[in-house]
Write a protein that binds this ligand. Structure first.
Ligand SMILES: *Cc1c(COP(=O)(O)O)cnc(C)c1O
Length: 385
């Protein structure tokens, strides 16, 4: 059976892209730590000629990543932002781009501080409001940049709804699928043109590497994006590709546990009454729970809360936690806690932060795969001490 025939994601995770090495039968894809390849005759390489252009370990990873998003093409990058940068560099300068107003802080910085200087125009909108999106689209709009669930407020954007609007206008849709992983949401099947991942997060899953990926079914777009990567060089190392291949084998298992832990954690915090509010798309109290259920098959591991404390009290809460570590990032096996206003979202313009509700009281958890009762107990003792 070839991995392509396997339909279920759990099986794809274990098998896709990985074939026994023809020389020795090694079941794991070797780390081809090489920059160049010997050619039998000038200009006639066997498969690869230089590792910026291609490498067997990276190719195995790309096959696996494509299968996960049910995509024809996947391109693996040095980081999530390097992948995003390639999308921007594949556009013609001067294009208008509609972006989620609460887009990942680093993406916002890339757009506002770097690409705005090259004549791109960004319209930051609340993409939950499809009427506002329809009104903002014009003939110069080439791209709609969706993130769902958003970070850190976990708003849900109707992917199919946005894609229908974009299609009418001839614009492409990018979905940043980092927050759910391909296990719980598959934007290409809902009409998106490109999926972007920070593989640093759930796909890597062990807080030990930086990586990114793009997936698409569009041959022409894939060729453009590959050219940008080849010309610019934002590739990840064979070692990191190997680490990602290893991580993907347990992706479905890990996501299942992230999901069940986060739901139990969110319910316990909500039931405790100790927080002003608890935000998680899997909770019935989430205002878009119905839409989340419709387009996602799980809600992953990020839970946000508003605390009933001032900044001093919030800082004391962080200090009192014993198990949950205060750190940026998310999606690893270990649970983390983050203060968006001071940490991950410090680069968001202050007035936008205020409008979105990213304030001193907002705390974001990335729930790992520990025993959830230990996590709930940690929060409880940190509140009481
Ligand atoms: C982390 C992250 C990125 C950026 O990825 P890097 O690997 O850090 O470059 C982009 N989008 C989202 C949603 C992220 O969480």
């Amino acid at each position: 059976m070839s991995a392509k025939d396997a339909q279920s994601l759990e099986t794809i995770c274990v098998h896709a892209g990985v074939v026994p090495d023809p020389q020795h039968g090694a079941i794991m894809t070797p780390i081809f730590q090489t920059s160049t390849y010997v050619q039998p005759a000038p200009g006639q390489p066997l498969t690869y000629d230089y590792s910026r252009g291609g490498n067997p370990t990276r190719a195995a990873l790309e096959t696996s990543l494509a299968a996960l998003e049910r995509a024809k093409h996947a391109i693996s990058f040095a980081s999530g932002l390097a992948a995003e940068q390639a999308i921007m560099q594949a556009l013609e300068p001067g294009a208008r781009i509609i972006v989620s107003e609460d887009v990942y802080g680093g993406s916002g910085r890339l757009f506002r501080k770097l690409f705005a200087r090259y004549g791109f125009q960004f319209d930051f909108l609340d993409l939950r409001d499809l009427n506002a999106v329809a009104a903002a689209i014009d003939s110069k709009t080439k791209l709609i940049w969706v993130e769902t669930p958003t970070n850190p407020l976990l708003r849900i954007v109707d992917i199919a709804g946005i894609c229908a609007l974009a299609k009418k206008a001839g614009a492409k849709v990018v979905v940043d699928n980092t927050f759910t992983s391909p296990i719980f949401q598959q934007p290409l099947t809902l009409g998106a043109d490109i999926v972007v991942h920070s593989t640093t997060k759930y796909i890597g899953g062990h807080s030990d590497l930086i990586g990114g990926a793009l997936m698409t079914n569009d041959d022409e777009l894939a060729e453009k994006l590959r050219f940008v990567q080849f010309a610019g060089g934002a590739v990840n190392s064979p070692f990191e590709c190997f680490m990602l291949l290893r991580s993907i084998k347990t992706l479905a298992l890990r996501m299942e546990r992230h999901n069940s832990n986060a739901l139990a954690f969110a319910r316990a915090l909500e039931d405790s009454g100790d927080f002003a509010s608890v935000i998680y798309p899997g909770l019935e109290s989430h205002p878009q729970h119905a839409l989340a259920r419709q387009q996602m098959s799980g809600y992953a591991g990020v839970v946000s809360v508003y605390m009933r404390r001032d900044m001093e009290g919030v800082t004391r809460f962080f200090k009192n936690l014993r198990l949950l570590a205060l750190a940026e990032s998310l999606g690893g096996v270990e649970s983390l806690v983050n203060h968006p206003e001071q940490m991950t979202h410090a680069s968001v313009p202050p007035d936008l932060r205020q409008k979105l509700g990213i304030n001193a009281q907002l705390v974001r958890f990335s729930i790992g795969i520990e025993n959830v009762n230990d996590l709930i107990a940690d929060v409880r003792q940190a509140l009481q001490r």
